[in-house]
Write a protein that binds this ligand. Structure first.
Ligand code: ATP
Ligand code: MG
Length: 314
């Protein structure tokens, strides 16, 4: 813990390469990798250093540096037009998805970045297979796509409330006990397919505790500016906490892989959670062979010619 605090203040002196290395190492701690053997109880929602008030600005500074590094990498990614990155956020209500997306992506070029939110499916969505609506929103080459909820809802809320599954217009004989395993397999194959085509997929579970959720719900109720964020259905879902946690655990066991890992982010502290997310995104982008496109000799000669003409203008 002491070492972690010290490293926060040291980070501002690091070079870009050192920062990327540090982010890689730091994010590893929250990365599940291969899902087999994963237990949610090994990851605590409050696994972060308890900082004093005067130490807190350092956390913001670190995030700022991370965001700058991200922006620099995104610039190359966009110019290179080769790799894509899909970032998925899943969590219980009030875990901080919106804030994490807003803060971590704040420095990015909006042209190369797209956020898609997935709420209850529409009638049109339900007339298709469960991945359909998400497939339409996949990031193009060179771009970052962020899914605020995703096809993973299909093994979370739909699993916790099986009546939702019954309302999905699926042929009855396809709804069997094996359906969750089948969905896991389809998701694994889909993400593998994306990866083989140059889209890196990383997934964040913002792990908020039930106690912290209560605190945040009360804030949303007591603060008029936050009232819009709260709905009675959020409270209803809280009643299924245990079922959700079991579903999350099984989802991570079955869909976390070395190439498309889940990160279990301690989300009881929002600034810390954002640093974990930023570090993991840096780590994912660092695994691409990012480089600005090389310009041909002819093109360089042409640029030189235009330069001379510009300089000789009256
Ligand atoms: P969020 O809750 O993500 O912050 P929000 O409050 O603006 O966003 P809601 O209208 O609450 O949006 O929509 C999110 C709800 O939609 C969640 O309760 C989620 O479980 C549900 N949902 C998402 N995908 C599906 C799905 N495939 N089937 C059923 N429900 C879904
Ligand atoms: Mg909601």
């Amino acid at each position: 813990m002491v070492q972690e605090k010290r490293s926060l203040s040291e980070i501002s002196n690091l070079s870009r390469e050192e920062l990327v290395e540090r982010a890689k190492k730091f994010s590893k701690r929250y990365c599940v990798g291969e899902g087999k053997g994963f237990r949610l109880k090994d990851f605590n929602a409050d696994d972060f250093p308890k900082l004093k008030k005067e130490e807190k600005p350092a956390v913001k500074e670190v995030l700022q540096l991370g965001v700058q590094a991200l922006a620099a990498m995104q610039d190359i990614m966009y110019a290179q037009d080769k790799w894509s990155l899909l970032i998925i956020f899943q969590a219980m209500d009030a875990a901080g998805k919106d804030g994490a997306i807003k803060h971590v992506m704040s420095g990015l070029n909006p042209q190369g970045c797209q956020v898609s939110s997935f709420k209850s499916p529409t009638a049109e969505d339900l007339d298709h297979d469960f991945m359909w609506r998400c497939q339409k929103q996949l990031p193009e080459r060179g771009r970052i796509g962020i899914f605020n909820r995703s096809y993973y809802e299909e093994v979370l809320v739909v699993r916790v409330h099986e009546q939702i599954l019954r309302a999905q217009k699926m042929p009855e004989k396809l709804i069997t006990k094996k359906i969750w395993d089948e969905r896991f397999k389809d998701i694994r194959n889909f993400e593998k397919y994306l990866q083989r085509n140059g889209t890196i997929v990383i997934k964040f579970f913002l792990n908020v505790s039930k106690k912290e959720q209560k605190k945040r719900f009360l804030e949303r109720i007591e603060n008029p500016d936050k009232n819009w964020k709260f709905s009675a259905s959020d409270f209803k879902e809280r009643g299924f906490w245990k079922e959700y946690m079991n579903a999350y655990e099984d989802m991570i066991i079955n869909t976390s892989t070395e190439e498309s890992p889940w990160y279990v982010v301690p989300a009881d502290d929002k600034p810390y959670a954002r640093i974990v997310v930023a570090s993991a995104v840096i780590n994912a982008m660092n695994s691409m062979d990012l480089a600005y496109p090389k310009v041909s000799r002819e093109k360089i000669a042409e640029l030189e010619k235009v330069k001379q003409e510009l300089l000789s203008e009256e």
